[in-house]
Design a protein around this ligand. Sequence first.
Ligand SMILES: [Ca+2]
Ligand SMILES: [Ca+2]
Ligand SMILES: [Ca+2]
Ligand SMILES: [Ca+2]
Length: 397
Amino acid sequence: MFSAHHRPGLSTSGRARLLSVLPAGFLAALASGLAHAGSPCTCAADLNTSGWVDAADLAILLGHWGTGDPEADLNESGTVNAADLSILLGAWGPCGTPENDLCSDATVLPSLYWQDVPFCTLNATTDGPANAACDASGSDQIFDDVWFRVTSPTDGMLHVTTCGSTFDTRLAVYKPGLFGVTCPSSGLLSASIVGCNDDSLTCNDVLNSAVLVPAAAGETYTIRAGGYQGAIGTGSISVDFYQKGDLIEDAIPVDLTDNGGGVTQILSGTTLHATPSADPNPNSCGGVNDTKDLWFKVHVNCANGGAQPVDFSVSTCMPGTAMDTTLTVYSGTVGNLTEIECNDDYDMPSCEINGFNRKSFVSFDPQSSNAIYWVRLAGFNGSVGNYEVKFHLFCLD
Ligand SMILES: [Ca+2]
Ligand SMILES: [Ca+2]
Ligand SMILES: [Ca+2]
Ligand SMILES: [Ca+2]
């Protein structure tokens, strides 16, 4: 890395001399505006990303003069011409810092389920503290960081990645600390780190980063993106919220303990924001595998130690279900599921929507008490809507 303090720039007189040798007509273009398009960096004219807009960048631009090379086509007009030159000259000198360089200036994102936001760490300063949660590859700091803030629209999970970024990123997520402080510091009044990552196998470039943390509806999370050991560059962060139960790792817990005479639990909600589980997913019924689904983690248990479960059933054939569902029950563990039962449309009047069997019912003998079953409630062929699901267990002494 160069040191900005020793970087030679052009003096005012040098710039004046430069102007005298520029192609005719550029002054008019200069007056037409200095908007920078196409890059998240405030210093897009810094073509060689040195931290300065200087003669080296000018040489690059002139070297592409008249071409459509996007590297030097600053206003994305399709041609490198006087308009691009005017942008470069207008930005002459040291680059400014990103507007979200400081945590206190974090870019506030809308409260959406899914969004991608470009960022640039060129000329960013390191204002966040090191944290043991970030310790990897000999460093626990996130260098040259930029900041975002977002409020969760839902209870569930927050998934942030820098996948696709052009450099070795690091990423952290914080939740408010004492008195609602949103920025981390070394003091007592610091935001709390809830996740940090350097390299993630979930990104095509494993030097990019990903964090998956629990989220609470209405809670504000602060996102910090930076680099490993001085790596800087451009990228995009994806900020995704998954509603409770959308991911199997965040399955909705259902305790089905029969104290005698059977036990019933009824839950309701919507799959409106549910996303498809990984495909292929074991699913022997329904139209397509890749349906928007919610997961339930059901603890099937007979309170009387001598009792045996004889019937476990799950049903969406309830008045509150207004969608074409499928239900699949699995045993096993996350990542190693075995399908036990599956149903798309059950033939019973309560399972009808507009006179057609659309809702679902599964039932089987669990064989043993104190077991975990995974229930996947999906919309047939990608449909979403409101659901009401009934879990029932009956044990026999
Ligand atoms: Ca910073
Ligand atoms: Ca990394
Ligand atoms: Ca899902
Ligand atoms: Ca169905």
